[in-house]
Design a protein around this ligand. Structure first.
Ligand code: ASP
Ligand code: MG
Length: 404
């Protein structure tokens, strides 16, 4: 008998009707002759409203109490799904993260899983029950409730699949899988059948977020093959797995875009050891998340250092940079919002040449000016004017032959 782990996200369990729909799907899986472990998120919007509620009683709630509060979202869903399944006449049992044996460190609101001892899960499965586990939560060795960071139910599912040595792990969500580009922007984008962990991570960090990145990293580390698919239809989804040689034949797997970016330039930075360190230490201390970084070649003893960040980070970054620019003797700081990042991602880039040239040609042909460029082994990203990003995505998507 195969063990199957299924995870249903917030939208998939967003109403009583949807919970009943999930119950039917889960039951079908069991009736096909499998042992089923289901991981659920809180009903859509619940975690956000709990956070809002906490702010109404206290401006800075303690992280320990946030975990006690937020874990109730998932606890509601597991009980409701167990009831729905029992209503269909099948034995089902709900387990909190702690009852499921998920042990974490004590870093409240972003705990890491130490280990999983799924004793209770196994005994319920052996007794013929469907086991429903609360996503996103665990317990420290001392019995403190912890949560795994936003979107953490994905991690619960992947980690349980690894611990149970599951035969299959399915992540059910409200989209059919991972697409070659955002279909709202590029209407002829196609669903990707198979993608490697690395590509999935690059797509996520470039703006195509279908899953929590930490869970994809975990899956990569423990080699957990999983499928991202829709809970609203029976279409096959996207398989995410370790790279195989044939996967390199496709040069570009997808194009992702990230809007709402800002470009910051520190001008006239003295060309001396330690200046970049000072700038980025100050940004890190203020928790500013920095993305693409570019330094110009030195000219008459100074360089310009530019980086991108989310536009929302500018309020934090502004004062920090002003201070550090004065400290290191830089000429000044300029900030431009209204830029966006376009990335092409594919492990095929490693074995095919001319990918960058092709990308730049496609953009030039449309008259789009590239403001910054950054690359990894399997990604080329460019920063463009936000106004041109949709047209650029369409042109690049078609130019690399990704259109359906
Ligand atoms: N309910 C949590 C959140 O909204 C965890 C999850 O949905 O995966 O972030
Ligand atoms: Mg969620």
């Amino acid at each position: 008998m195969a063990i199957i782990v299924q995870k249903y996200g917030g939208t998939s369990v967003g109403s009583p009707e949807r919970i009943k729909n999930v119950a039917r799907r889960v039951l079908e899986t069991q009736q096909a002759g499998h042992k089923v472990v289901v991981v659920v998120s809180a009903m859509s919007g619940v975690t956000d409203s709990l956070i809002k509620l906490s702010r109404e009683v206290c401006t800075q709630p303690s992280e320990r109490e946030m975990d006690v509060l937020l874990s109730t979202g998932e606890q509601t869903t597991i009980a409701l799904l167990a009831m729905a399944l029992q209503g269909l006449g099948t034995p089902a049992v709900s387990l909190t993260g702690a009852q499921a044996g998920i042990v974490t460190d004590g870093v409240h609101t972003k705990a890491k899983i130490f280990n999983i001892t799924p004793k209770q899960i196994h005994s319920h499965l052996d007794a013929g029950a469907i086991v429903i586990v609360a996503g996103f939560q665990g317990q420290t060795p001392d019995g403190e409730i912890t949560t795994l960071g936003r979107g953490g139910s994905d991690l619960t599912a992947i980690a349980l699949a690894a611990a149970l040595k599951a035969d299959k792990c399915e992540i059910f969500t409200d989209v059919d899988g991972v697409y070659t580009c955002d279909p709202r922007i590029v209407p002829d984008a196609r669903k990707i059948d198979t993608i490697s962990y690395e590509e999935m991570l690059e797509m996520a960090s470039s703006g195509s977020k279908v899953m929590q990145s930490r869970s994809v990293e975990f899956a990569n580390k423990f080699d957990v093959l999983f499928e991202v698919r829709s809970s609203f239809n029976q279409n096959p989804g996207t398989i995410v797995k370790a790279e195989t040689p044939g996967m390199e034949d496709v040069v570009i797997r997808g194009v992702s875009i990230e809007r709402n970016q800002a470009k910051v330039t520190i001008e006239g930075v003295p060309d001396k050891t330690g200046t970049a360190a000072k700038i980025f230490n100050a940004l890190a201390a203020a928790n500013v998340v920095v993305d693409v970084i570019v330094q110009t070649a030195p000219h008459e003893g100074t360089t310009d250092i530019s980086f991108t960040t989310n536009s929302d980070e500018l309020v934090k970054a502004g004062p920090v940079l002003k201070a550090v620019a004065a400290e290191i003797g830089a000429l000044g700081v300029t900030q431009t919002a209204g830029v966006a990042k376009l990335s092409v991602v594919g492990i095929g880039m490693r074995s095919h040449s001319g990918v960058a040239a092709k990308l730049f040609n496609l953009l030039a042909a449309c008259g789009f000016n590239i403001q910054m460029i950054s690359t990894s082994e399997i990604k080329i990203a460019v920063i463009l004017d936000e106004d041109s990003i949709a047209a650029a995505a369409k042109a690049v998507h078609a130019g690399f032959g990704l259109a359906g």
